[in-house]
Design a protein around this ligand. Sequence first.
Ligand code: HEM
Length: 520
Amino acid sequence: MRGDIWLALEIIGAIGLFITERHTHGSSILSALSCVARTISCHVAALITSAVLYRLSPLHPLAKFPGPLINRITSLKLVQIVASGKRYEIINDLHKRYGVAVRTGPNTISLNSHDAILPIYASASAWDKSDAYQLGLIPGTGLFFIRDRKSHDYRRRHYWAPSLTNDAIVSYTPMINRRTNNLLEALANRREDGIVDVSLALNHWTHDVTGELVFGDSYWENFCKNGDHKGMVDSAITETIVFEILGEAPSLFNVLWWFPTTKALRTMDDCAEVALKQRRHIGSQSKDMMTYLLSEVPSPAPKLPDSHLRQEAIIAIQAGTNGISAAITFAFFFLASNPEIYARLKIEIKDFFPDFDGSEIFDGKMVEKLPYLNAVAEESLRLGAPLGSFPRTTPKGGAYIAGQYIPEGTIVGVPAWAQLISEENFYPHPESFIPERWLPGGLGPGSRCDKNAIMTFSHGPFGCMGKQFAHLEMRLVLVKTLLRYDFKFAPDFDSVKFLAGVKNMRVTSFGYPLRLQVTF
Ligand code: HEM
C-alpha cells in the first residue's frame, strides 16, 4: 500500500477512535487522547516488530544472503547511505566484507558480478526498473521513469530516438562548438588572480548546451555569460538528489511528497511548464529534441499530453547536464594531477591542430581521430562520472544470476563503481587514472581493460541515449580548451579535500570546487 494512504488511514482510524471514546464511552479529552496514543503506539509497534522479525527470519526469501543487520531490517539505512553521497564507496566496502551478493536492504540485493550485467541490463529480456524510479506522486511520466519495458520501448523509439541519431548529432555539432566558445570566454572572464572554479563553469556550460539541444536555437539562457542568478542549475541538481535518496524508500517518498522536502520536484515541474510555453511560443529554426517530443514532425505516435512533456523536458535537461560536466571536471582534475599525461595530451592536440586557437568549428570526425584524447576521455568517464544504483526487479519465477538464485520481486542492482574499479575488469591499478590502458596493447601482457564492465552509461534498453553526444562534448571541450589555455591547480588547491568533498547521488556535487590556474 502507498505510504501516504497508509498514514492517512492511520490518522482517520485515530480520529474515529477519539470520537468513539468521547461520545460512546463519555471519556474526557485527555483520557480519549491517551487511549488513542496507546492504541496507535501498540499498533505501530506490532507492525514494526512483525516486519523486523519476518525480515530477519529464515522464512524471508532473502534470508540466505549476507548483509549488515540494520540493512536487512530497514530500507532507511539505504536512504542514509545514499544521502551520505558516498554510496559507491560504502557498497564497494560491503562487497569486500560479505562477497559477491549482499543484502543491502530488506528486499534489495547488490550483485557485484560482471556476469550479472548482461542478463539484468543488456539482454533482450533485460529486467524492468524497480519502484525506485517512481518520481513521488508527480502527474505524468517521462522516459527515464517508465518502469515496464513495453511502454518504455515505445516512448524511447517514437519520441526520443529520432533526436539522438548519428545525423541529428552531426547537426548539433556547430551549436556545441558555439556554446563551448562561450565557455572559453567564461574561463578567461571569470579569472580572479588567474584562478577559475572550473567545476562551476562546466556546470553552467553544460546547461547552455543541453538547453539549446532541448529547446532549440532560440534557447534564452546563457549561464556561461550571466551565471545562474535564478538558481536553476542548483534546482536541477537538488531534484535529482531528492529522487535518488527517497527512491530507496518509495513509501516514505509518498508520505514526504506532501511536505516541503520534495518541493524541488514541483519547482522543476513548474519551470518545465514555463519552458514549454516559451518553446511553443518562440519555436526553433533548427530541429531540436522538442521537435520530436512535441510531434512537430509527422509521426505514427500520438501527441504526448503536457504532464508527460514536462517530465520529458526535465529528463532531457537532467540527463544531459551534470553527468558530462562532472566527467569533464574529473578529466581536468586527473590531468592537473598527472603532468606527464597532461603534456602528452597537449602535444597530441597541438600536433593535430597546429594553427588552431580553439575557436574553430570542430566536427566529430576531426576529434575522434586522436588516440590519446580518446583514451583520456574513456578513462575520465570510467573514474569520473556520476553513478546511480540502477535497481531492477527480478522477473516472475525468479532468476539464476552469477551462480545465485534470486527470488522473484527482489530489487537487484549491479554496483557500478565496484565494477569500474574491479581488478577483474581493469588491471593493473584499477583505481588509478592511466589512459594508456585504453590504447592498443593496454598496460602490457596480462593487463585487462574490459569495455563491457563500463557501467558509466548503463547498458541495454534502459541505457543512456546520449552516450555518443556525451563523448563528442568531452572531446570538443578538451580539444578547444587545451588549444587555448594551459591549466594547473591553484597554488592553495588541496586534492585530498577535493576528493573528500565529492558527493555522488546520481549527480555529482563538488563540496570543494576544482579551482585551476588558467593561463594563455
Ligand atoms: C557523461 C555523461 C552521461 C552519463 C554518465 C550518463 C549516464 C546515464 C545512465 C547511467 C543512464 C541510465 C540510468 C538508469 O538506468 O538508472 C542514462 C540514461 C539516459 N541518458 Fe545519459 N548520461 C550522460 C549524458 C547524457 C546526455 C548528454 C544525454 C542526452 C543528450 C543523455 C540522455 C539520457 C537519456 C535520455 C537516458 C534515459 C534512457 C532511458 O530511460 O531509456 N545522457 N544516462
